[in-house]
Design a binder for this molecule. Structure first.
Ligand code: FAD
Length: 324
């Protein structure tokens, strides 16, 4: 599908930015990976709805926030990537300790906004370099806090552009996992397999905003908590090199980093990808890594840990796209 075909579907009313052949290395924190056939950054929610309504049902569709948990293979992505960072960025205080936050808002901005409004419990968002949409999709968390602990309701768009309101009770929420309860297809009633097999969110919906609840707090204490938390991260994570945070989920009762380190894998390198010397569950792009270098290193770490410890690690990062 080309620009004019999309415009035909939407009567030329789109206000966002449609680009062709976009390097996903510019939209992922690993700074590696292939090219997306198209990206669309909507002007606002209504514009995103118009865009989705105009997309043919068989067009592959992806949604990306800050790409901080994402590896796009070197062969790139066929279809359209909706980019929400820089779009859907509204953030406002509502009554009774609640915030309405759009999906493109970064964690750091959310944490600082909550502190400025004397809300407690949002500091942990400052250390997660993703958007609220990505944090909702992943149930991102750290230091004992998780995104969905604060969600009262979310607004989602179906693949066909319909806006649906859901509460936290509509989801099964686990460790880095969020699934709509008993849902098999879209609100429109179309069978799921025919509609959006490529939308990475298994429910085939994308988050556009959420209402978050926090306790009353003291802005000064919250700002101090943010500063301490960022200091801890600088001390323990290789933030000077491109990475995607923790590559593997922690197995029950253990830490992936401990297992990887115990297998002597710190510093292990394939091409430009390297197991960080600072934090064994991070793989850094130590210079011109391809997505294949990173994916091969993930496979190598997994195989070595399984062979030496008997524990099979599961990636936390999402891997999408075509191999070359
Ligand atoms: C240095 C560093 C530290 C990190 N520390 C942590 C940490 O402490 N805790 C933690 O949990 N994670 C951490 N991460 C990983 C990452 O930041 C989180 O997973 C974050 O939630 C991803 O958000 P994103 O916007 O970058 O999502 P992306 O990487 O863009 O996308 C991730 C997944 O979410 C989906 N998605 C994105 N937006 C939406 C949306 N609006 N609707 C539906 N699906 C969507 C994507 O399709 C994809 O499947 C870290 C990453 C880095 C680089």
């Amino acid at each position: 599908m080309n620009m004019s075909e999309i415009l035909q579907f939407t009567d030329g009313t789109l206000r966002g930015e449609l680009r062709h052949r976009v390097a996903m290395s510019k939209h992922t924190s690993w700074r590696a990976g292939g090219v997306a056939e198209r990206t669309y950054q909507p002007a606002d929610l209504a514009d995103l709805q118009t865009f989705l309504r105009g997309l043919p049902a068989d067009e592959p569709l992806y949604v990306v926030g800050l790409g901080s948990n994402l590896l796009v293979r070197d062969g790139g992505l066929r279809g359209t990537v909706v980019l929400l960072h820089g779009a859907l960025k509204a953030l406002r205080m509502m009554e009774a300790n609640t915030l309405h936050v759009e999906a493109g808002v970064p964690g750091a901005k959310l944490a600082r906004f909550a502190a400025a409004h004397h809300l407690s419990g949002a500091a942990f968002f400052a250390g997660i370099p993703g958007t609220l949409g990505g944090m909702l999709a992943m149930n991102a968390g750290c230091y004992g806090s998780e995104t969905w602990q604060h969600v009262t309701d979310v607004q989602v768009l179906t693949r066909g552009g319909d806006l649906v309101e859901r509460t936290a009770q509509d989801y099964e929420i686990g460790y880095r996992q969020v699934i709509v309860r008993g849902k098999s297809g879209l609100e429109s009633g179309k069978p799921s397999s025919a509609v959006a097999p490529h939308l990475p969110l298994s429910q085939e919906e994308l988050f556009v905003s959420a209402t978050l609840h926090f306790a009353n707090g003291d802005g000064e204490i919250e700002r101090k908590a943010i500063k301490e938390l960022l200091g801890k991260r600088i001390a323990s994570q290789p933030l000077n090199l491109p990475n995607a945070g923790s590559v593997f989920r922690n197995p029950v009762g253990d830490h992936a980093a401990r297992l990887i380190e115990s297998c002597g894998l710190k510093g292990k390198r394939i091409g430009g990808a390297q197991v960080s010397q600072k934090h064994a569950n991070f793989i850094v792009n130590a210079g011109d890594a391809t997505a294949a270098d990173i994916e091969n290193l993930i496979a190598e770490v997994r195989a070595t840990v399984a062979a030496q410890t008997g524990v099979v690690l599961h990636p936390e990062v999402r891997i999408i796209g075509e191999v070359v």
